[in-house]
Design a protein around this ligand. Structure first.
Ligand code: SF4
Length: 414
């Protein structure tokens, strides 16, 4: 068998699960891959207790797979006696989570008995001709804390001693040259590197880096990498200044945010992180509570932006940079059309900025690293990888023409 190769960013290399169990206390859908399901059935034949757990804690999902029943509660019990007794399910999130914070499957049968989903989280693994490429989900608090790193992210090929356990299911894959060509993404890896380089241009602010990303995305013609480089070389820096000086349409901006968040409410999770953001924007500040975005609401938001966010932007720019480098490295631009992945990137940016400013206004304090990380965690936890939401949103915005570059850029400028 060929040895496994890896291409790993430093923050993935440093990641170590802190066993906080936050990922178990959700209402995500946890499907069990077929091989793990077979293993559980085999164990259940000779283990009555586990047979009972299999009967009570799994259901058949619409896609025919086994799915863990998640309890509709996200906080662990505070009953001290119950907590001491680790034989009880803690009733927060996953049915296999015990009150001592351990997973009953892992405790009894070892890590190898966990499903692929549980082994992999919070990683995204894509197998490519460069090896196993691993990015992170920032819904995990320990992963999100890695965003604080102020040094430029470094990538390592086959770092010494690194190995990731084998999983049963199919990895996401990016095929060879011919496959990529069929996909219309012959030069995908070069494009990915170029987008990461743009996102790491520290001399520009994040808005400018995002605008440049959009301009590049708009010019990609499959196979013509040289043409793209020529275009970038001749880009006038004044162009960005001109674009950024276009006066912002705050009403359009906030109206779009309201539509995107209203739609997300249909899919959003009920975790306390997400609830806090929604309550802040809808109830406490009353910015999104009505369909009309009045001048008063806009003024409240713009004042907060100018008072608590923009002057302290340097406190958080590295967090955005790291977040978007991970976004690019998680292969969104391969798995979606370039312009759609770009639209989604901008959507994440404006949602993060919006909720951060709302928190600043509510708490009357300037933006800091912990605040933006709190928002990123909540957003990644709720809509970070919700394809159903993305499809619905893209359908909605396409009919309004908002996936065209000028519209997307107008959302960035504030
Ligand atoms: S949320 Fe992250 S750190 Fe916490 S248990 Fe899950 S993987 Fe580990």
């Amino acid at each position: 068998m060929n040895a496994k190769h890896y291409l790993i960013p430093d923050y993935v290399l440093d990641f170590k699960c802190s066993k906080c169990t936050e990922c178990c206390k959700t209402d995500w859908k946890i499907y069990i891959d077929d091989k793990t399901a077979e293993l559980y059935e085999k164990i259940a034949q000779s283990d009555e207790l586990f047979a009972e757990e299999v009967k009570n804690n799994f259901k058949k999902a619409k896609n025919g797979k086994k799915e863990i029943i998640m309890n509709n509660v996200f906080e662990e019990t505070d009953d001290a006696e119950l907590k001491k007794d680790s034989s009880h399910a803690c009733k927060a999130g996953c049915s296999f989570l015990l009150t001592d914070g351990r997973c009953s499957i892992q405790k009894r049968f070892g890590e190898e008995a966990l499903s692929d989903t549980c082994k992999i989280y919070p990683r995204y693994i894509t197998v490519t001709e460069r090896g196993h490429e691993i990015a992170l989900s920032f819904s995990c608090p320990t992963a999100a804390a890695k965003l604080k790193n102020k040094n430029q992210i470094q990538f390592y090929y086959d770092p010494e001693g690194y190995n990731f356990v084998d999983i049963n299911g199919k990895y996401d894959k990016i095929g060879n040259f011919m496959d990529r060509r069929k996909h219309g993404k012959t030069n995908y890896f070069d494009i990915e590197e170029l987008l990461i380089d743009i996102m790491q241009l520290k001399e520009m602010d994040i808005e400018t880096r995002l605008i440049l990303t959009g301009i590049v995305i708009d010019k990609i013609k499959d196979g013509d990498l040289a043409g793209l480089h020529r275009y970038i070389e001749h880009l006038e820096i004044d162009l960005f200044k001109e674009i950024k000086s276009i006066s912002t349409n705050h009403t359009f901006n906030l109206k779009f945010i309201k539509e995107a968040i209203d739609l997300a409410l249909m899919f959003i999770l009920r975790h306390h992180d997400t609830k806090k953001l929604l309550v802040t924007a809808y109830d406490d500040l009353e910015i999104l509570n009505e369909s009309i975005i009045t001048t008063e609401k806009i003024m409240k938001f713009v004042d907060g932006y100018n008072k608590y966010y923009r002057p302290f932007y340097d406190n958080i720019s590295h967090i955005y940079e790291n977040y978007f480098v991970n976004y690019i490295f998680s292969k969104r631009f391969y798995n979606m059309k370039y312009i759609e992945a770009y639209f989604l990137m901008v959507l994440f940016f404006i949602l993060i900025r919006f909720f951060v400013v709302c928190l600043c206004i509510k708490e009357e304090r300037k933006v800091d690293e912990d605040m933006i990380i709190e928002v990123i965690r909540a957003i990644d936890r709720s809509i970070g990888h919700n394809d159903t939401y993305y499809k619905s949103l893209l359908k909605m915005v396409k009919t309004e023409g908002y996936t065209k570059l000028p519209y997307i850029i107008s959302l960035i400028i504030f």
